[in-house]
Design a protein around this ligand. Sequence first.
Ligand code: PEP
Ligand code: MG
Length: 600
Amino acid sequence: MSAQAKQSRMVFGEIASTGVARGTAVVCGCAAGGRAPRRQIDAEEVFEEIRRLDAAIAIVERDLLKVQESVQREIGKQEAGIFEAQILLLHDTAFLEEVRTRCTLDHLNVEAAVDEAVEKLTSVFARLEDPYFRERAADLRDIGKRLLDALAQGREPGIPNFPDDAILVTTELLPSVLAQLKGLKVRGLIAEQGGQTAHATILARAQSLPFLVQVSGATEKISSGDHLIVDGLAGRAFINPSPATRHEYDRLEADLQAHQTALKDLIDLPAESRDDVSIKLCANIGKVADATAAATLNADGVGLYRTEFIFLAQDHFPSEEEQYRMYLAAAERLKPREVVIRVLDTGSDKLLPYFPLPREANPSLGCRGLRLLLAHPHILRAQLRAILRLSATHSVSILLPMVGGVEDVRAAKEILESVKTDLAAEKQRFCSRISMGAMIETPAAAIMTERLAKEVDFFSIGTNDLVQYLLTTDRSSGNVSSYYEPLHPAVLTMLAAVALAAKAAGKSFSVCGEMAGNPAYTALLLGLGFRNFSVNPGDLLGVKNAIRSTHMRDAEQLAARLLHLSTVREIKDRLHEANARSHPAEDPKNREEQTHGIAY
Ligand code: PEP
Ligand code: MG
């Protein structure tokens, strides 16, 4: 059965080492090792058993020294110290006394004596308050396993064959197993046990291997050969993820990659123009991991939380509680910065498999976004309840997708008020003055900006759909892609008008479509009056760089000149010349061709 045909599921755990990894599951009982052989021995055999124990200790010590050397060489001195500590543990008098007593007094064979001694001492460790000492139990089990391997002479530890993109899934990851993985192509780790200060965790961090611990039932829920995405930013792993999930992680990985580039130096610098005009530079997120990336890159907040991903990643409508926890996780990462949560924008190209919609000849002109929510208010109510509850403790606001006019907004506001009444009756806490904003992504909404300003607190301009609807060009169709042109004079004229109307009405407004994330358009958007941007995390630094190299007077002159031009070609040429003048060095993120936005 192909990974795609298998059922897609999720498991959750604690993040021991951050990062995102994808690959093929290798489920391995590396920690288990099986029970040691057990037998009663005669008094004459005691001496021989103690001799075997000493020989095994010598073998294990030699092996540990080798591991220590190679870890020191390849990872670092501090991490190598873990194995020095294991050598000390190997010679620990209390441990060896336990083993010897079982051989000499209880007449147990040495394997069973080691097994019992490890069992006894690890259960003592496990009862200790301090997690550091609790996690030392793993080191002792590791020593026990090594001794048993040495006693069994040549018994190979249970590490199976590894594919090139292995994600190791195990009950408990022992430090020695992890050190042995160095030469193998392991991309990520999942364990049912383990903790933040376990040595395996320290080693995983040192090797930048994403690692989830405390993933309950991982070795039962995951089978070798399953395709996995380990999300060590949000603490979850996808088993045989859907194409939509894989697509999301393609983007996240590209975003993270971008973060590694030379732009890193900009992280701590403010987003201000050359003449010190301060710009609010926020992130677009779709999942908790994006929020972590946004926080790492010092975004000023989240300007667009596309909640569709939460709905797409499940096989059922997420409950109010599930939603609350997801939104809380994202808001926590960005605290105290604001997170703008857009209510579900489904329909058209973003379909939920568990929510079949009637067939429509033109779904992007059909029942989607806010229209669909108003037709199924229970979906909107559950989401608003989750967001409102979060507003009691975090700075969040609500954004309405695909607003077509004043009626849509009023209907949504009525539902919001009724949800507030319910929550108040239930004595649930929430912020009664929570802000509500409208996406401007239909030409109707753009034209109505001034009148919509009387209904909402802020605007977010979604250029992906605005371009599609204004130019009547499907954003996801390859056939007409040459007509999908963000630099069309009609688009620039409309953006300028929206910015002017929103400003005149005293409402804050930002641009959050893919146009906002393209540094080639930054000066133009600044010149058109935009001071708030919301972009994918991977675009934050490129856009910040463009803002920092722009002088506002030049940007305004540029926008004024481009607004007078009549063709896309002329606009592109002028913009290209202006960008070449202000950023002579080619920025790889200045994309000539505009992408059409996220296709789920
Ligand atoms: C947009 O249309 O520009 C937008 C941000 O919304 P989405 O890409 O999610 O449709
Ligand atoms: Mg849109």
